[in-house]
Design a protein around this ligand. Structure first.
Ligand SMILES: Cc1cc2nc3c(=O)[nH]c(=O)nc-3n(C[C@H](O)[C@H](O)[C@H](O)COP(=O)(O)OP(=O)(O)OC[C@H]3O[C@@H](n4cnc5c(N)ncnc54)[C@H](O)[C@@H]3O)c2cc1C
Ligand code: SF4
Length: 553
């Protein structure tokens, strides 16, 4: 290809379109469709908080003599058990938990410890400098937690309130009538590699469908494109690769690092959080607008663990879980101009509610889920679930701390498109001025539109003790996918070798490999992080229960 011959490639040229015809269906629902009032796609903190708040509002209304009657709420998740497809850091801001469960104390929540000590380091390959904690990274008063545990706990609360929680049911398509969403269709299951045989999908009808499918959801992408909903900047993403380690030495503080092993033109950093006396989470997050075809986040995390700062804790310990996931990083300017329409709402990461400087999304996901529930409740009471009624949700978000926080930090991530030092300098001034300095919008390209330099590979041989290959890592994700499942990845035709190398290195799970110049796709390895979906091959939902089975992520 001409661009490769010049030493750069442009991934978007080789990206197939999103398969809209599969995601947005105007078919009538199946005659045996399950009738629901509200269907929530995704049992993460956003979807489950929405279900809990809505069932409580309905319960209170019924107790006060209201006439809503029995309202059926379903939460569908693609994982075979709750929490198995959720991955986070995590240090949690407890404010949304406190609002959702005013009757409980912080000590009742599924948290580990309150953060009392924290440290931020600027890393060099052989050393580190402790720097003052930048204000957005202050975590005193927040709690360490496992998001898998949070989802299991929230799921139990939802079920106790009568919510129908259906794990193992990935949603494949939205069923629409005119401009309205009328329900969902799940994926078929049990098919052979060629798509033959198996069990047919299930249709669920709903008066409102809430998309809480998390980061880079294909349904949210398809719906916003179908509705012609834009955003000021395209949404951009980062990839986080994370490991859980049982250690011999306890960690007494949360750690964040900047700098090495990232190149200076990449945005990102690492974290290490204590979860239990001898269990730590370590992870590396890198913006997908990095410039090199051979940058490999999984491999960079392996190198990071060899640094004395981390090695001290990990050596002699055992890596017990591994996983990866993307994070929407576009902030305020990446939000869709509306997050609701006729019969549909988008909450949490699907909408892009993440504050990047503080690496926080859990409480925004929960809070947006609660706001969506309140708008649905009002719609149910009025008997009107049109886009006009559901737009109350957008207004609640805009009058809340979600808007305030994301607006304040609106350019902090975007400033790093000019590299680490310029970006760090500008971001510091933005923080000091409360977001006023450099306040005009910094324009961004979608990750697929960022040109990549064709770079040589950096050799790395894992030692199997501290550092691991992608094959060994995927094993530690508990991946449960059948080997003979039909491929769920839509890959472009005639992908040039240099672009294929970008996929090979970006995918943390070794799904893409090169056999000579030929791109080989090992789809069953996929752990649904959605990274390559942002720049190339499209990820689509597949048979329920496929993918990772995280236990304590
Ligand atoms: C490495 C990393 C570190 C992070 N650290 C922190 C942190 O320390 N603190 C913090 O607050 N935030 C952190 N975040 C962000 C935070 O995890 C997210 O913002 C939050 O989980 C979003 O919640 P959600 O409910 O919107 O989506 P998710 O938690 O992603 O849940 C989405 C759910 O939808 C399901 N799903 C997806 N598609 C389908 C489908 N088609 N059908 C059925 N089910 C589907 C998934 O299985 C999943 O259970 C981090 C994220 C990453 C990746
Ligand atoms: S193929 Fe799967 S595991 Fe690999 S980057 Fe894409 S979504 Fe992630």
């Amino acid at each position: 290809m001409a661009d490769a011959a010049r030493g750069t490639v442009l991934p978007v040229r080789h990206q197939p379109p999103l398969p809209h015809e599969r995601m947005i269906l105007s078919d009538a629902p199946d005659a045996e469709a399950i009738e629901m009032d509200v269907v929530i796609v995704g049992a993460g903190p956003g979807g489950l908080a929405c279900a809990i708040e809505l069932s409580r509002l309905i319960q209170k209304d019924t107790e006060a003599g209201g006439d809503l009657g029995e309202t059926q709420i379903a939460v569908l998740d693609k994982a075979s058990a709750l929490g198995e497809h959720n991955l986070s850091g995590a240090v949690v801001n407890p404010r949304a938990f406190r609002e959702l469960f005013p009757e409980l104390q912080d000590s009742d929540f599924p948290f580990k410890d309150r953060v009392v000590k924290e440290a931020v380091y600027l890393l060099r390959e052989s050393g580190s400098i402790k720097i003052p904690t930048p204000p957005p990274m202050h975590n005193a008063g927040n709690y360490t937690a496992s998001i898998s545990e949070i989802c299991r706990w929230l799921g139990d609360k939802a079920e106790a309130l009568g919510v129908n929680v259906f794990p193992g049911f990935p949603v494949d398509s939205l069923l629409v009538e005119g401009q309205s969403v009328r329900g969902v269709r799940t994926t078929p299951s049990g098919q052979g590699r060629d798509g033959s045989g198996g069990e047919p999908p299930t249709d669920l009808t709903a008066r409102v469908t809430v998309l809480a499918e998390g980061t880079r959801g294909p349904l949210g992408q398809a719906w916003t494109q179908w509705q012609g909903i834009g955003s000021e900047n395209p949404q951009i993403f980062a990839l986080g690769v994370k490991e859980l380690w049982e250690t011999r030495k306890p960690l007494d503080r949360i750690i964040h690092t900047l700098g090495w092993p990232l190149p200076r033109d990449a945005f990102g950093g690492s974290f290490m959080y204590p979860l239990e006396p001898n269990l730590v989470a370590i992870g590396l997050v890198v913006g997908l607008d990095y410039r090199q075809t051979t940058l490999d986040v999984h491999q960079l995390l392996q190198r990071l663990k060899l640094h004395p700062l981390f090695r001290e804790y990990l050596e002699g310990g055992e890596m017990v879980e591994w996983g990866a996931k993307t994070i929407p990083e576009g902030g305020w300017y990446g939000l869709p101009s509306r997050r609701s329409g006729d019969g549909l709402m988008m909450v949490g990461d699907t909408a892009g509610f993440v504050d990047v400087p503080s690496l926080k999304g859990i409480h925004y996901a929960m809070q947006s889920g609660m706001f969506a529930a309140r708008a649905i409740f009002e719609g149910l009471k009025k008997g009107d679930l049109s886009g006009a009624t559901l737009s109350a949700y957008d207004r609640m978000v805009e009058a809340s701390y979600i808007r305030d926080d994301l607006y304040k930090s609106r350019n902090q991530r975007l400033a790093f498109k000019d590299g680490f030092f310029v970006g760090g300098f500008k971001a510091g001034l933005m923080t000091l001025s409360g977001g006023k300095l450099f306040g005009g919008k910094i324009s961004m390209h979608a990750d697929a539109e960022v040109p990549r330099q064709v770079t040589p590979e950096t050799p790395f041989v894992p030692n199997g003790k501290l550092t691991f290959s992608k094959v060994d890592a995927v094993f530690k994700s508990g991946n449960q996918t059948r080997d003979d499942i039909p491929s769920h990845l839509v890959v472009g035709k005639d992908v040039p070798r240099e672009v294929a190398e970008l996929y090979v290195h970006m995918c943390p799970a070794g799904v893409y490999e090169l056999d000579g110049d030929k791109l080989v796709v090992n789809a069953p390895n996929c752990i649904d992080c959605k990274a390559t979906d942002a720049i190339g091959p499209r990820w689509t939902p597949r048979e329920g229960g496929s993918g990772p089975s995280y236990k304590r992520m």
